[in-house]
Design a protein around this ligand. Structure first.
Ligand code: PLP
Length: 372
């Protein structure tokens, strides 16, 4: 089955009771038990699981070629359930440009959980190898990374992890399963902030984990979600499931539009550098070409000058909105250092753009007039 077909049909089978083609939304927080006290349909209480969330998890597992998937209240709820499931004393290797929330978990929570972290330039396999210790249980990577669009070789990292008896986890939010399926490349678990492309319309928060196997890691993450409560609500599950059904065609347009924008920026005299894996000049271009079917809708670029010059560009865009987040139908631009706050390590002249589904000519023209 092709990805487009799976994304539309998985978890969206007609409702058995009514035949409804659109997946039903079950808001009930509790489910009737039978006379013997059992839960004949498998549902008991909403935090344990509910029928709309089950549909979403069927879809999430299918689109990532996973054996199982879990839906969470946010990407960070998914990440903290996973990391919090590691046994005390574990060491984790993380990318030095990891999503800032993951960095904060490692810095603020790992000491309390008795976990240790080392941050490395994940695109350098020797650096990863050198960072591993006898207690390394997980290598965490992100490809493309946020916001510098670094590409790492997922298959090579999977081999490296497994040779050391560790697992490989991938934050696949930027690529989405439409363009890259880390489990097929050997990864053990993949995380998505479904708030982004899977939801796709900037109106739902969610996160997911898809697992290569229904094993201890899956069970531990399920237990963490059930008890600590970072579970996806039925309504949010329903919205993410709805988003997944149009993921493939949306990603095609995101990719084409981002390519048009990056191509224009690459030759613009006021632009110092463009970070987009689709450009042949990008250091990760060849790996991206191998492990992704297209290059995605995200890019970042450095404006000549500093903070003031970069902010001046965002002040002038008319079609492209000034906001953080990504993956919605509308294009967004942000000064990443401002969004991340004082702890940010981002260059002050860096702007990140989530290229939306508008006509590419309007986006290119808007950026050209804003760059002046
Ligand atoms: C947004 C994002 C997250 C966190 O997801 P939330 O849904 O905001 O909790 C994690 N990783 C990446 C790459 C993201 O863009």
């Amino acid at each position: 089955m092709h990805f487009e077909t799976t994304a539309i049909h998985a978890g969206s089978e007609p409702d058995e009771l009514t035949g409804s083609i659109a997946p039903p939304l079950h808001l009930s927080t509790t489910f009737e038990r039978d006379e013997s006290g059992e839960t004949p349909r498998g549902y008991s209480y909403v935090r344990d699981g509910n029928p709309t969330q089950s549909r979403l998890e069927t879809a999430l597992a299918a689109i990532d070629s996973g054996a199982a998937a879990l839906a969470f209240a946010s990407g960070m709820a998914a990440g903290s359930a996973l990391l919090g499931s590691l046994t005390a004393g574990s060491h984790v290797v993380l990318p030095d440009d990891s999503y800032y929330g993951m960095r904060v978990i490692a810095n603020d929570f790992f000491p309390r959980w008795n976990l240790a972290a080392t941050f490395v330039a994940m695109e350098d396999l020797d650096a990863v190898r050198a960072a591993m210790t006898a207690s390394t249980k997980l290598i965490w990577c992100e490809s493309p990374s946020n916001p510098l669009m670094t590409i790492v070789d997922i298959a090579a990292l999977a081999t490296l992890s497994h040779d050391h008896g560790a697992l490989l986890g991938v934050d696949g939010t930027f690529a989405t399963p439409a363009l890259q399926r880390p489990l097929e490349l050997g990864a053990d678990v993949v995380l998505h902030s479904t708030t982004k492309y899977l939801g796709g319309h900037s109106d739902v928060q969610g996160g997911s984990l898809a697992f290569a196997r229904r094993d201890d890691l899956y069970e531990a993450s399920l237990h963490a979600r059930h008890i600590t409560g970072g579970v996806a609500s039925p309504f949010n599950s329903w919205l993410v499931l709805r988003g997944i059904r149009t993921l493939a065609p949306r990603m095609r347009v995101h990719c084409a539009n981002a390519n048009a924008v990056a191509t224009m920026l690459a030759t613009h005299p006021r632009v110092e550098a463009v970070h987009f894996p689709g450009l042949a000049s990008h250091p990760g271009h060849d790996i991206a070409k191998r492990q992704m079917s297209d290059f995605g809708g995200m890019l970042s670029f450095r404006v000549r000058g500093g903070r003031a010059e970069a902010l001046a560009v965002t002040a002038k865009t008319k079609v492209i909105r000034r906001a953080t987040s990504l993956g919605g139908v509308e294009s967004l631009i942000e000064h990443r250092a401002s969004s991340e706050g004082p702890a940010s390590r981002m260059p002050q002249n860096l702007l990140r753009m989530s290229v939306g589904l508008e006509h590419p000519d309007d986006l290119v023209a808007d950026l050209q007039q804003a760059l002046g």
